[in-house]
Design a binder for this molecule. Sequence first.
Ligand SMILES: [Zn+2]
Length: 297
Amino acid sequence: MIPSPPHLRIFEPHPGIFAYYDGRVPGYRFDPRPNWVDDGALEVGVASFALVQGHQAIVYDTGTTLAHGAAVKAHLDGLGVTSLRIVYSHWHKDHVAGTATFGAAPVIANSRTAAHLAQRKAEIEAGAEWPPIDPLVLPSQTFDGMLALTLGALRVELHCFNIHSDDATVIWLPEAGILLAGDTLEDPVTYVAEPEGFAAHLADLGRLATLNPVHILPCHGDPDIIAAGGHGVGLITATQTYTRFLISLKDDPGRAKTPLRDIIGADLEAGHIRWFDAYAGVHALNVTAAMKEYGHG
Ligand SMILES: [Zn+2]
């Protein structure tokens, strides 16, 4: 049996919705060497989720390591779950590392996620970026656009977006107005992986807002906010504001030195997002990526 990750916290932000949160633990590292589990995931905090109705569950991302996946599986076993499906939010490694612990459970993803993972399977399994995910479990069922599932009496919609990565799948619970946002929304600011997609991200943030979510649960964010039920729609407007700032660097590269607190100050004050020190470093990387994209680098 794989030991449980030492700092994993299990929250129930809404009845039947569980968050498996790890990271933001001062002084703790998964490994002293540079690695993607600490750098970009545990350092900023990371959650995966499960929706549970009776004996059925939908698992939204499988955790940052096999041990996280095993802990989620053990928790669901303890709740009496006997039938589960997995949904991938996108292809990034911190979201798909625990799948092998779920045995033969079906894995649903959009077709872009499936293509990204298939293309990178060999290098991810070989640990081109350490640690490896081996085996990397590819999706067994793909969709495009929207897929509606039922979980007990609950309608569960999967919607595709191009925000953060071009293969995002969010989970939308229309009756309760709850959005599981994956990495499309991050508290306090997004992590830029695809600066070439800024315009598409901004357009799709507008489309995401039309869902009118009441509660938003991001994968990376403040654990207390997630535990208490999530963010309001202000997390979307904050992400739009920040994305517009990055786009503004194209014509106004002199703004690159603007402190992060000045860019997001109004959203911090309004309580849409909450400051976390590690994001000063994320912001510095984001600005570098944007400046390079716009030829100022
Ligand atoms: Zn992530």
